[in-house]
Design a binder for this molecule. Structure first.
Ligand SMILES: [Mg+2]
Length: 261
């Protein structure tokens, strides 16, 4: 497929953040113009992240500050997908959320019944405010056999100081202590977030294009959900390293700006 054919086929672009539209605080190349041209062509843009420690508003503020976001665009996080997942499949259930204050506030604002003592289900998110007290409580609920879900599977989160343990590392810790793994994970590369996005934006997944720099999350997410995909080589994957993965993207571009060449 050529870049033009892909632009014609996709109605909605799901844009990974770090390594795809920016690196740290810096947009990649002339990303503002590239995204502006996609909007002018009538494409819906959704910035998509697995990071459930931050809220929609925090990402919106950053993307606006560096000039990448427009009022027509949307931000979608695995935390938001977890809310939709619970509302759709576990409506009215009491939830213990291992997550930041900001994420707990977003769950509460969406009408999710948060319960610290006797939850029906447990949700693990990327809790950067984790304490031993929370670990103890969550582990006890898992040992008691309560249903267990997680917002996303990433083992590490990139920071200016190197890789930090992310939700996948927390899961590994709880697996060692309780023998349990989540029965469902919401974010990339799984399908629960694809389903949630389809419900939210009312676009069939076959008409969505996932753009990202990671084969095992972004491109596998597209393939698991029947989406088009663009692998960009502006982040962690190279033309050489992509061959080690079983998935194939629809298109490979040096960076997203090349979609207009
Ligand atoms: Mg990335």
């Amino acid at each position: 497929m050529t870049a033009k054919q892909l632009r014609d086929a996709a109605e909605l672009f799901l844009l990974d953040l770090d390594g795809t539209v920016y690196l740290g605080e810096t947009p990649i190349g002339d990303m503002r113009r590239t995204l502006g041209r996609l909007r002018e062509a009538g494409k819906k843009l959704v910035f998509l992240t697995n990071n459930s420690s931050k809220t929609e508003e925090e990402y919106r503020a950053k993307l606006c500050r560096i000039g990448l976001m427009d009022g027509r665009d949307a931000v979608y996080t695995s935390g938001m997908a977890a809310i939709e997942f619970l509302q759709t499949h576990h409506a009215g259930k009491r939830v213990y959320l291992l997550g930041t204050r900001a994420l707990r506030a977003a769950f509460a604002a969406a009408g999710i019944w948060l319960d610290e003592d006797d939850p029906d289900v447990c949700m693990l998110a990327y809790d950067v405010e984790l304490t031993f007290e929370k670990i103890e409580k969550f582990n006890r609920f898992l040992a008691e056999g309560r249903p267990y879900f997680a917002t996303h599977p990433d083992d590490v989160c990139p920071t200016p100081y190197g890789s930090m343990p992310d939700a996948g590392s927390f899961m590994a810790m709880f697996e060692r202590s309780s023998g349990r793994l989540p029965s469902q994970i919401i974010g990339k590369p799984y399908t629960a977030m694809g389903e949630a996005i389809e419900r939210r934006f009312q676009v069939p997944r076959a008409h969505m294009c996932m753009v990202g720099d990671r084969m095992h999350t972004d491109i596998r997410f597209a393939n698991n959900n029947g989406m088009l995909s663009v692998l960009v080589l502006s982040g962690e994957t190279t033309r050489e390293s992509m061959k080690k993965f079983p998935d194939r993207p629809t298109l490979v571009l040096q960076d997203l700006n090349k979609i207009w060449e």
